[in-house]
Design a protein. Structure first.
Length: 273
């Protein structure tokens, strides 16, 4: 299905996440002529991608007609200067989508004209390969049509979940936003454990990477729960059972993950306040 908009799209910030979103939109057939990017210095690989598609990029933009949507993908500390500067570009029906972490809807609204429809979204880094998951919440001004438009834009890089209670974004950030780092750490530890068990480092790295990637894809495709998939690998009194006895012990991996997610959620709340 080709991605079509009722008006131009302005992307403010073409870093890793902004670039991933843009790549997803172009894959979905969005007309490059309908896109304008505001960024003083995008990374070379993203600049090359934009040049190859003819996407216009400027340090500061002027648009002949109000954009249908503005996606703001800059660092949170830049928002105080960026959002007020965008005010002259806004039309009556322009939707603003922010993917800046730690900035609440109330804070975003305070930096924009009254009545601006705003969506706060939290994608994660697998968006770079089209396998992200994004949590989103909207203010009262966002119409069903605009929410659908936001869905189409965010689904270009993966799955989208909407929440009505913005406070849940802290827990969601701790699980899905930070979650890829937990998986990468698991790969690090699995590789190191393999080396400690006698494997060559290159082989241990290859085994860890391939195992985690394959297990993740199996989990994505399967209708079974993670617990059921785990049990399918585990024979009674077997090799896997011996390892799981350590990992699932009291104060083991389960408790560590609860503490880790709680710590991440707490920090997210602190940054939002």
């Amino acid at each position: 299905m080709t991605l079509r908009l009722a008006g131009p799209l302005l992307l403010v910030g073409a870093g890793k996440m902004g670039g991933a979103l843009l790549a997803g939109w172009l894959r979905e057939g969005l007309d490059p002529a309908s896109v304008m990017v505001q960024d003083p210095g995008p990374p070379p690989e993203i600049a090359a991608m934009m040049a190859s598609h003819g996407v216009r990029v400027r340090p500061k933009v002027e648009m002949p007609v109000p954009p249908a949507v503005i996606v703001v993908a800059v660092k949170p500390q830049l928002l105080d200067g960026v959002l007020p500067a965008l005010a002259p570009l806004l039309g009556r029906d322009t939707l603003v989508v922010s993917i800046a972490a730690g900035r609440t809807l109330a804070n975003l609204q305070s930096l924009l004209p009254s009545g601006t429809p705003v969506v706060r979204a939290m994608p994660n880094t697998p968006a770079a390969v089209g396998q992200g998951i994004t949590a989103a919440c909207a203010n009262a001004e966002v119409t069903p049509e605009q929410a659908h438009l936001c869905d189409e834009l965010l689904e270009a890089v993966g799955e989208v979940v909407w929440i009505g209670d913005e406070h849940l974004l802290d827990a969601l950030t701790a699980v899905s936003g930070s979650g890829p780092a937990y998986v990468f750490l698991l790969a690090e530890y699995l590789e190191a454990a393999g080396v400690a068990a006698g494997l060559e480092p290159e082989l241990a790295a290859r085994l860890a990477r391939g195992t985690i990637a394959g297990a993740g894809e199996l989990l994505r495709r399967s209708e079974l729960s993670p617990a059921e998939l785990r049990k399918n690998v585990t024979s009674p009194n077997g090799v896997t059972a011996a390892a799981l006895e350590v990992l699932m012990a009291e104060d083991g991996l389960g408790d560590l993950f609860k503490k880790a997610v709680a710590a991440a959620a707490k920090r997210s709340r602190e940054l939002s306040s």
